[in-house]
Design a protein around this ligand. Structure first.
Ligand SMILES: Cc1cc2nc3c(=O)[nH]c(=O)nc-3n(C[C@H](O)[C@H](O)[C@H](O)COP(=O)(O)OP(=O)(O)OC[C@H]3O[C@@H](n4cnc5c(N)ncnc54)[C@H](O)[C@@H]3O)c2cc1C
Length: 257
């Protein structure tokens, strides 16, 4: 369990950011699930609950999800149930438990850049953006591969484009961290493939997307293209994971048609 020397609930983002920058040991508090998994002693815990960042706003151009919105709010939101084949609620409901999803926050989950994230591959697939207090707006993919470590995530912005897409994650057992995630979209025959839990961060697989778009799915060919991007960790060795990704991709493409 982590400890805090003090707690603050700023009235606006300027105050929150100023406080965050005052000490390397000051931390924004989300739902605290990941913070609780560690045992560090922090200085000030900064609660964003007075900043009105708990929202899902749908407009013609985009969908904006505020940082303190929980996974459960996304899961039960009427718009997301049908948007993009319901990819958001279908994927995040596999994360741990109702209790965790009731309080785990979007800002924390995206800002932490977890390689095992079930949510980040969807955001990359849908060309979503993050809005950060200091660093401004950028695509989730740019953010994932940036060296930004200290900032406040204000909201995520998802283009309101209803594409045909699917995500499949593999877990050794239910509620475990995933050891392979494949997300695929098909826009008028043009495929976009994103792999997550490689075990590195989510990434658009440009060559594989082009290959499938031009020549269709060929198991041997795709397997031969995978070597660089797939690695090993305690959840799965590289060779096994490569087979997993090809199998999941084949399944995802089959279900999309
Ligand atoms: C046991 C366990 C299993 C999990 N399994 C999965 C899984 O299978 N799939 C999956 O996708 N996820 C999984 N997660 C991650 C989970 O879904 C949440 O993403 C994670 O707990 C972070 O959310 P939180 O609100 O608890 O963040 P916290 O623990 O409160 O914060 C995490 C970090 O984010 C920072 N932070 C919080 N809010 C902001 C903000 N607005 N801007 C900038 N920084 C911020 C905090 O300072 C902290 O450093 C798991 C988590 C746990 C504890």
């Amino acid at each position: 369990m982590f400890t805090l020397r003090d707690y603050a609930s700023p009235n606006n983002l300027d105050e929150a950011y100023e406080l965050l920058m005052k000490s390397k040991l000051n931390r924004i508090l989300g739902g605290c699930h990941f913070l609780k998994a560690g045992s560090r002693a922090y200085n000030v815990g900064i609660d964003l609950n007075k900043l009105d960042l708990d929202y899902i706003k749908v407009s013609e151009n985009d969908i904006r999800v505020g940082a303190t919105t929980t996974y459960a709010e996304l899961e039960h939101n009427e718009f997301f149930k049908t948007f993009c084949n319901g990819i958001v609620p279908k994927s995040i409901k596999k994360i741990v438990s109702t209790q965790l999803r009731n309080t785990a926050q979007i800002g924390a989950s995206v800002f932490s850049k977890y390689a095992f994230s079930d949510f980040l591959p969807i955001l990359v697939l849908l060309n979503a953006k993050v809005s950060l207090y200091k660093n401004g707006i950028m695509t989730v993919e740019e953010f994932l591969y940036s060296d930004i470590e200290r900032d406040i995530l204000i909201e995520i912005i998802i283009p309101n484009v209803d594409v045909d897409c699917i995500q499949i994650a593999n877990r050794i057992c239910c509620k475990d961290f995933p050891n392979a995630i494949v997300s695929v979209s098909n826009t008028d025959g043009k495929y976009r493939v994103v792999f997550g839990a490689r075990p590195q961060k989510a990434m658009v697989m440009n060559d594989i997307s082009d290959e499938i778009t031009k020549n269709g799915f060929d198991r041997k060919k795709i397997l031969s293209m995978l070597d660089e991007e797939i690695g090993s960790n305690h959840k799965a060795q590289k060779e096994y994971r490569k087979l997993l990704f090809v199998g999941l991709l084949q399944k995802a493409l089959g279900e999309l048609k």
